[in-house]
Design a protein around this ligand. Sequence first.
Ligand code: CP
Length: 316
Amino acid sequence: MFNPQLDEDGKLKHLLSIEGLPKQILHQILDTADSFAGVAEREVKKVPLLRGKTVCNIFFENSTRTRTTFEIAAKRLSADVINLNVGTSSQSKGETILDTVENLTAMHTDIFVVRHAESGAAHLIARHVQPHVHVINAGDGRHAHPTQGLLDVYTIRRHKPDMHNLKVALVGDVLHSRVARSEIHALTTLGVPEVRVIAPKTLLPEHVEKLGVQVYHDMREGLKGVDVVMMLRLQNERMTGSLLPSAQEYFKCFGLTQEKLALAKPDAIVMHPGPMNRGVEIDSSVADGSQSVILPQVTYGIAVRMAVMSILAGNG
Ligand code: CP
């Protein structure tokens, strides 16, 4: 079957979603990230792999972690980096996204990193760019956030190397979460045997169990014996209608507290892709506690994004 992410030799050409990527490509990205993790410890935090290449970040939605770590990653690879300010760009005069990309390609951009509120935006661009240009999806609507999924499994692998013996729980707003979708595909592709989703019925997609996950509506039941607790942000900006009684009620049933975390394994790690709603999906004592790897996730994001860009450029 045609896969727009792979070239005719089966190598990564664009990174649009984890779904459909073979396990060996996920391992290639994670292993390459391992080789970049030490660059941050060096006095000169640079390698020359993308020297002469230009990376353009186009973010139609706000971002702190993703945009910044892509910029740092590209600079550590010695690329030239452009951050298009969409708000002051000619988008406001009606220029189409494809015309914008074509014009930036005329300025010799090699890699586009795109975030957009519409699912499929990065796919659309990837279908239209010139053959030497690569597209990375930095989040499209509710659909996918593949580098977040990758940095999450990278974080898990760093802390729990035996991925074939893990229980992972994703808790919260799975319905609106592109992160959850990418993470579920990454975990199941890498052979994690038990992936649980814990959420109220109103925050789960229909037929979510078809993704190979176990569904729990009782957080205390779902957290029993897990190795990893991944909390998800309540995405109020994507909700239409009233899906929840109140933030307080949500926290009572699905917020992660020390008391609920005690049901997981004693050495369980706590993750969150950010930005966090403290006191809504996670208590500050847990977010800032000894089991939290929330800030290391951000740091690992640089190595993972370096890996993705260097693999794409190498395959080009
Ligand atoms: N996790 C994540 O995508 O964060 P930002 O929205 O800050 O990029």
